[in-house]
Design a protein around this ligand. Structure first.
Ligand code: NAD
Length: 374
């Protein structure tokens, strides 16, 4: 069983899908591991550190040659995988709803694409879930980036020269990233409030010591929603939400938006007219900027100033914390493959529940139900 890892080729991608720690663990399962030279550099992992962990470090073509499994953060271009075994598995994120051409190319090349974004949200798969591990770090980084752009302090400070008021922070969308954003803003000393469409988040917001802001007169999503995911809300709900949020936004200094809907563009939560009611010097961080944005006017990797308010957002937030995000991503992949490792055949054998959920292509065809339903 040969596991190969290439250097990520997407601009701005600093993460790596294997760490020396996970390499050693794969080796104890009996796998041989190879990585392209320099693959870990941007995540602060040297080639030497991989070599010490028993990994073969070499050029891309030699790394991929005869590989049974290729690991990636973002799925490599099919052309880079020539030389891998026929039917080799590629375990990575594929952005399958948007990158349909890439999925087709994988099918055509006879590769088996396993998309980590499609990991089902079930208890036993929690340790394999890259969306959670990466969103958690992204939520943290969003608050730090917003704090950095903010020309004031977060905590209340009573000094000899007078009092500095605490910042008011509002988190919109309380999934994994939103919960971490609440916790981080609290730790920095802000007064924090938060909102979501799923009623189950109300208690979670309160348990972190933040104030829930909820639409009361129109039904949202009861409980967790299917698989923990939100859906598009009715027009009536959107209107009620916009009214509620408008009054609240005008009083905020920091806003972090994290709302996502799988397979759909991110919902628009803040309009330009609402930004105009905010105080100059306020900062909005749009964590959904790469998925179409929750905030009107947000542009990936740029500081946009509208009505004196700074709007920011990264195209790849987790990549800004590459060492930690790689460590967690790599563990997610190890947890996934090792859970299914069949010692007798010396390779992983997936079950139906998880295998069918994550598998995009097999035997030359696109085989995933969620893609077929699109
Ligand atoms: P996500 O990234 O899909 O979305 C972020 C948040 O935005 C969600 O809370 C969603 O409800 C919210 N949202 C969507 N539309 C909105 C709107 N119009 N206004 C306000 N908020 C809106 O979500 P996520 O972070 O991946 O997690 C969602 C849930 O799934 C969480 O409860 C999480 O604990 C759960 N989860 C479970 C597992 C597991 O059991 N294996 C793994 C991951 C997540």
């Amino acid at each position: 069983m040969r596991i190969a890892v290439l250097k990520e080729s997407t601009t701005g991608e600093s993460r790596v899908a294997l760490t020396p720690e996970t390499a050693k663990k794969f080796a104890t399962l009996g796998a041989t591991i190879a990585i392209e030279a320099g693959a870990g550099i941007n995540a602060a992992i040297s080639d030497e550190a991989y070599r010490e962990a028993g990994v073969e470090v070499g050029k891309a073509a030699a790394t991929v040659k005869d590989a049974d499994i290729i690991l990636g953060v973002q799925a490599p271009d099919v052309a880079a995988l020539k030389g891998a075994k026929p039917g080799a598995w590629v375990v990575a994120t594929f952005d399958p709803f948007r990158e349909t051409a890439r999925v087709e190319a994988y099918a055509k090349a006879g590769l088996e694409a396993l998309s980590m974004e499609f990991m089902p949200r079930i208890t036993r798969a929690q340790s394999m879930d890259v969306l959670s591990s990466q969103s958690n770090l992204a939520g943290y980084k969003a608050v730090l980036a917003a704090a950095n752009e903010y020309g004031r302090a977060f905590p209340m400070m009573m000094t000899a020269a007078g009092t500095v008021q605490a910042a008011r922070a509002f988190v919109m969308g309380v999934g994994v990233a939103g919960l971490q954003a609440i916790a981080t803003a609290k730790r920095l000393g802000a007064q924090v409030s938060a909102t979501d469409v799923r009623s189950a988040t109300r208690e979670q917001i309160q348990s972190l010591g933040a104030k829930p802001i909820f639409v009361e007169n129109v039904a949202g999503i009861e409980g967790e929603g299917s698989g923990g995911y939100a859906t598009e809300m009715s027009e009536e709900y959107q209107k009620a939400q916009a009214e509620l949020v408008s009054g609240h936004l005008a009083k905020q200094d920091i806003v972090i938006t994290t709302a996502l809907i799988p397979g759909r563009p991110a919902p628009r939560l803040i309009s330009d007219a609402q930004i105009a009611t905010m105080k100059p010097g306020s900062v909005i961080f749009d964590l959904a900027v790469a998925q179409g944005g929750n905030v009107e006017g947000s542009v990936p990797d740029q500081v946009v100033e509208k009505h004196g308010v700074k709007i920011i957002g990264f195209s790849n937030t987790a990549s800004h914390l590459a060492a930690d995000s790689s460590a967690l991503f790599a563990r997610n992949l190890y947890n996934f493959l090792s859970a299914f490792w069949d010692k007798e055949v010396g390779k992983p054998v997936l079950d139906e529940e998880i295998g069918n959920a994550v598998r995009l292509t097999q035997g030359g065809k696109v085989v995933n139900e969620r893609l077929a339903a699109q």
